[in-house]
Design a protein around this ligand. Structure first.
Ligand code: ZN
Length: 475
């Protein structure tokens, strides 16, 4: 599976970004000059346009197919990580063979570029594994088509294992329709739809095992990516994205939560983390920039559906497959429905005082789940079509001045048309101003570096905008 991905020597400079969709009208600062207004209007026109190809991808995501995937996953009875691997009809072995064969079928039907493989390792006994267990991820890779971008990788995942109340119970039925048949179905649907398209960067569609036993499948792949120095520029974890009804009866099918951590929990604080904290940039980590890019892109391509960024790693008491990526310094976010129904997660199938428990398909909303998949697909497509976020972005601090001098390294991609400088108040969540500065590597703004946060984005000739990179101070 991985052999096609050449190790990238550069650290994932990931930063993501984006966009000040509503920029021209909401610039928070008095524009220094009319010219700046004109430039900002320009930036809005090119950066906020919808690409026909991304619209086509979003349109093709099908709630009916996602339902069929979840029905099939549920039919394996249990997909517990320690369940039967020999049967063709029950247990996690049958489930993963079916996922692999489905992905191979769609890959073959869409030009044969999708490479499907198992990523497998045997995990020793631990608290949540009573015997050494083979943990198998199913990984479908769509290689990028631009020489300068194919080493840049975006990963989207869901976990296909399931559980009931007792996490060691590998025997009883554990339908895992929503947790996480929903994420698995979204990843399969995206792989099948997107395999027909060509992207500059590489996309990895991954369904992982042993999430419920301690994120073991995702951890194995994240570890490998770190060892091989792969440039994982963004990772999306989809876990519990298929139900719009909460336990308390609330219905909310108009938004998805996007969990995005700030300063990353790598064991030793990296130079990047130290510089972020030193300059007040804790809300400008590569994960937060990725989250801004997802919110802007998702809301542009799926009108009426909101991406609600939550500035946290995950919900209380819960974790997910984005965490092993965060711990290795990659930008990673988690998608989860807005109002969960805990009586239909991790529960033995039963009825108590007239109330039904269990993660059954009847509690799902596939139109909702399809919208979450559309937000994912639009964001992945936009990231993989766009240039990488600019590298070596600096804010020059050698003189005391109220202006801001920015400098960055030129992007390597041949289709880069220029750069955009974006900014916002230090208390604002999203970019408020943007200016297209042309194909240059320095820019001086009349706004003070002390008063606003800046970012720099690369734009290609079709108007695909990269995530923003937060500038580090340099003298
Ligand atoms: Zn889950």
């Amino acid at each position: 599976m991985h052999q096609n991905l050449k190790p990238n020597l550069k650290q994932a400079a990931a930063a993501a970004m984006l966009l000040a969709a509503s920029v021209a009208g909401t610039t928070a600062h008095a524009a220094p000059a009319a010219a700046t207004n004109a430039a900002a209007a320009n930036a809005t026109a090119d950066g906020a346009r919808r690409q026909a190809e991304i619209d086509a991808i979003v349109r093709e995501i099908s709630p009916q197919r996602m339902r069929a995937y979840v029905e099939k996953l549920v039919s394996f009875g249990t997909r517990h990580t320690m369940s039967d691997t020999k049967s063709d009809t029950r247990g996690i072995g049958a489930a993963r063979r079916w996922i692999k064969s489905e992905l191979e079928r769609c890959g073959a039907a869409s030009g044969g570029r999708l490479q499907v493989a198992y990523d497998s390792h045997v995990h020793p006994v631990m608290a949540r594994l009573s015997s050494p267990t083979e943990i198998v991820n199913v990984v479908a890779t769509l290689p990028g088509t631009q020489a300068e971008s194919k080493d840049r990788i975006y990963v989207v995942s869901g976990h296909y294992d399931s559980r009931v109340t007792d996490v060691m119970n590998a025997r009883d039925d554990a339908p895992g329709a929503n947790d996480d048949g929903s994420g698995t179905a979204a990843v399969m649907e995206m792989a099948c739809v997107m395999a027909k398209h060509k992207f500059d960067a590489t996309l990895v569609f991954m369904t992982v095992a042993a999430e419920e036993q301690g994120l073991l499948g995702a951890e194995n792949w994240a570890k490998l990516a770190k060892e091989k120095n792969w440039n994982v520029a963004g990772m999306f974890d989809n876990d519990i994205i298929g139900n719009s009804h909460s336990d308390e009866g609330k219905v909310d099918d108009k938004q998805v939560r996007l969990f995005a951590e700030g300063v990353q929990p790598v064991k030793e604080m990296s130079d990047a983390a130290r510089a972020l904290v030193a300059t007040g940039g804790e809300n400008d980590s590569i994960t937060r920039q990725l989250a801004r890019h997802v919110k802007e892109t998702g809301e542009r391509y799926v009108p009426g559906f909101k991406v609600t960024i939550v500035n946290r790693r995950d919900r209380y008491l819960r974790g997910g497959d984005h965490i092993p990526f965060l711990e290795r310094g990659f930008a990673a976010v988690r998608f989860t429905e807005p109002a969960e129904d805990f009586s239909h997660q991790h529960q033995d199938l039963r009825t108590e005082s007239g109330k039904k428990y269990g993660d059954l398909i009847e509690y799902m909303d596939f139109n909702y789940a399809a919208n979450v998949a559309r937000v994912n697909a639009a964001s992945l497509a936009s990231l993989a079509l766009a240039p990488s976020a600019p590298k070596e972005v600096k804010v020059i601090t050698k003189n005391l001045t109220n202006k801001t001098e920015l400098a960055w390294a030129p992007n390597a991609e041949p289709d880069v048309a220029g750069y955009r400088v974006v900014w916002r108040d230090t208390t604002a969540a999203d970019w408020q101003g943007a200016v297209s500065v042309g194909k240059v590597t320095t820019y001086t703004s009349d706004l003070s570096k002390d008063n606003v946060f800046f970012g720099v984005q690369a734009v290609d000739k079709d108007g695909n905008v990269s995530p923003a990179t937060y500038p580090m101070p340099a003298r």
